[in-house]
Design a protein around this ligand. Sequence first.
Ligand SMILES: Nc1nc2c(ncn2[C@@H]2O[C@H](COP(=O)(O)OP(=O)(O)OP(=O)(O)O)[C@@H](O)[C@H]2O)c(=O)[nH]1
Ligand code: SF4
Ligand SMILES: [Mg+2]
Length: 406
Amino acid sequence: MIKTPRANRLHIGIYGRRNAGKSTIINRLTNQEISIVSPVAGTTTDAVEKAMEFLPVGPVVFIDTAGIDDTGELGEKRIKKTEKIFDRTDIALIVCDFQGWCEYEKKLFEEFKKRNIPVVAIVNKIDLNNISDFNRQEIEKYTKNIILTSAKTDKNLVHNIKKSLIENIPDDFINPPSILGDIIKPKDTVILVVPVDKEAPKGRLILPQVQCIRDILDNNCKAFVVKETELADAILELKTQPKLVVTDSQAFKEVDATVPEEIPLTSFSILFARIKGDLTEFYKGAESIDTLKDGDKVLICESCTHHPIEDDIARVKIPRLIKLKTKKEIEFVHHSGHDFPQDLKEYRLIIHCGACMTNRREILSRIMKAKDANVPLTNYGIAIAYCLGILKRAIAPFVHGEGDIY
Ligand SMILES: Nc1nc2c(ncn2[C@@H]2O[C@H](COP(=O)(O)OP(=O)(O)OP(=O)(O)O)[C@@H](O)[C@H]2O)c(=O)[nH]1
Ligand code: SF4
Ligand SMILES: [Mg+2]
């Protein structure tokens, strides 16, 4: 994703008057000194851009702009330059202070509204102001997305901006285009391992399997679909080594033993965790299984409701695996459907289903809610792979550089 072309990145423009704190905010977001910060109004004269992977939002470009309340001839040139950036903005952050939602900000807002660009209002410098002076209703007439913050002292600033972005990003940005597109290239072969057990629906494959087959075909590659019992033969019969083996999580252990080490192996759940959620967060969530103690509550969430079957993955298999791994007496609470429990604080861990029937925004919002409550969140496939001791292998195809996972 580092190679994502600029055009495919979400462009986040940071606007506002001179001295509002725009450059301080871009530096916080990127965790780098991208832009010069100073008390002199009009410090940023030319837009400063930074492309980066902003997880879990994805590939973005942040654009710090010159303050647009600028006056004089030079100021007009700066205003024109800043206005040009409007055209490249997919989502706008308007930075102001308590008293600052005035004519400039309103005009800016109307400009973005005309262009159908979502706006997040960032009311900055709360450390210097008396919070009771804040008139939220005034800004709410324009946008419901309001972040009250201090770019200098607020530890949650980046988290809150991510949350707001996830809620407001246009759909085509939040849904990455391909499941395997950055892993495979034309003519590659991918083996898909599909156990046909009691949980498999009669006469058909399930949605993640079908979507993977389609994605492999879309990438001009070959899909070789087998049950775990035919996997060893399939590998032997292939004239060239498969680029990847993807298995159902439930057959992971068996498949791990069959697939030679030099062939990358992952699971459908991990592929979907990647495009539906945030692999890094899910990985951290799985690691927290080891910190569970006697009496802890673990929430298991499924996006759809269905009748539990004997040996059900949520009610039987995952609890069994976690108990085996931790040797602790853990209470499992089950939840299904589109609503998400309001109070998450009582849980030590949330394990989510593969979310094949939900959109990415919903899962990302759940991740952010779990973060707000300080509860780690992972998903079925990643939790299973972790408990079986094979997560490192399953995640290896997605580890880049210094250990970034995406
Ligand atoms: N106390 C306090 N100072 C802040 C905060 N955010 C920014 N500042 C200070 O406000 C001044 C202006 O910050 P910048 O980030 O340079 O503002 P800017 O909007 O980029 O300004 P221009 O580039 O001139 O348009 C600097 O002295 C910052 O240190 C904040 O939340 N609290
Ligand atoms: S959304 Fe979740 S519960 Fe529903 S079918 Fe997909 S993985 Fe299963
Ligand atoms: Mg600046």
